[in-house]
Design a protein around this ligand. Structure first.
Ligand code: PLP
Length: 352
């Protein structure tokens, strides 16, 4: 089965070999306070910085998932208000998780799937307000460009800007210096098995966490900072996941080459869908198209047939989301997917 699910998704070919190496080298049983772990952790952080173009002064943390990052931000960086700009299910979930911890502080700022975000329409009440953006909305295949994030930075120089890049980090080039918190989980563009999240924080976010000083949770950011200053984590982490991340990063190209490939493939998908008889891109406004998740629209009957036949052909498509579920499916455009696999899927879809 070839998975085009936008997470968990196809893993890199070499993962089984890396898992074997990990077993042979005893990585699966190492102590997370040992020098062996510290070496792996330090090297992985260095590679993340180098390969993703992360500013040197940013700090990297290992978490269990993107969902955990929603809570860390809510408990450790938000004091009163957070402004949640979203146009789909993941951005909305982030808002809802935050609202549970800050019932009067989380403010929803929804926008349309085909709308480009306008930073000038947003009002912050104070410099403490945290602005929450979902860079790549996996549920509907839209994204917020680096240019728009730059405008947010310009309009809100003092506010913390936190960005969910779960299904785009390591797949496209993100201007990471423009925001204060970014996070992702590795089962999307990193091409790794699930169970590990990566969160990065700017010096401003680190200062804010220290001055808020929240210490009530095992994953309070203040603890994570203290531990990561020693390349460690507050609880026993997914050591195998971190090791696999290190191995994958060692062999990955720079993010600008990966970005080029992702955009080339996105453009090919877009052209392909324009020529479709019964299928088309779900999002009309090309300016907001995600480069890593391709949402496809069709009628209900066609969808039932496509799903059934795809499975028989060994092609796993991503389900649509929410109210559009009966009329859409999604295709991951993640780096671990092979060109040959994409050709297979296209020749299957060519009938539609
Ligand atoms: C997948 C996804 C999440 C959730 O990731 P988990 O690893 O399940 O916590 C959050 N946000 C976005 C945009 C996603 O695509």
């Amino acid at each position: 089965m070839i998975s085009f699910y936008p997470g968990p998704s196809r893993v890199h070919d070499k993962i089984p070999a890396y898992v074997k190496d990990a077993y042979k080298a005893g990585i699966m049983s190492i102590n997370h306070r040992s020098d062996d772990f510290i070496k792996i952790s330090k090297r992985t952080v260095g590679l993340l910085k180098q390969k993703l173009g992360l500013p040197k002064e940013y700090m990297v943390f290992f978490t269990s998932s993107a969902t955990e990052c929603w809570e860390i931000i809510a408990q450790s960086l938000i004091t009163k208000r957070s402004l949640h700009l979203f146009n789909g299910a993941f951005g909305q979930k982030w808002f809802e998780y935050t609202r549970r911890l800050h019932p009067n502080g989380a403010v929803p700022v929804p926008f349309g799937v085909n709308d480009e975000l306008l930073p000038s329409s947003l009002q912050a009440e104070s410099d403490d307000d945290v602005i929450c953006l979902t860079q790549n909305e996996t549920s509907n295949g839209t994204q917020v460009s680096n240019a728009i994030i730059r405008q947010f930075r310009f309009n809100f120089p003092k506010n913390l800007i936190a960005v969910d890049a779960t299904s785009s980090m390591a797949g496209i080039r993100l201007d990471l210096g423009l925001a204060d918190v970014w996070y992702a989980s590795v089962q999307k563009c990193f091409g790794l098995p699930a169970g590990l999240g990566v969160m990065v924080c700017s010096p401003k976010a680190l200062d804010r966490a220290r001055s808020i000083g929240e210490k009530n949770h095992y994953n309070s950011l203040t603890f994570l900072i203290t531990m990561m200053e020693k390349w460690q984590t507050s609880c026993t982490p997914n050591v195998l996941g971190i090791y696999l991340l290190m191995r994958v990063l060692e062999n990955s190209e720079s993010i600008s080459s990966v970005n080029k490939e992702t955009i080339r493939r996105y453009r090919e998908w877009n052209e392909f869908l324009k020529a479709g008889k019964n299928i088309s891109h779900f999002v009309e406004n090309e300016a907001v198209h995600s480069h890593t998740v391709i949402p496809v629209k069709c009628d209900e009957k066609t969808l039932v047939e496509i799903k059934k036949r795809a499975l028989k052909e060994g092609l796993l498509l991503g389900e649509g989301y929410g109210e559009f579920k009966p009329l859409t499916f999604r295709i991951a455009n993640f780096p671990a997917i092979k060109d040959r696999e994409i050709r297979l899927l296209r020749s299957f879809l060519a009938a539609y």
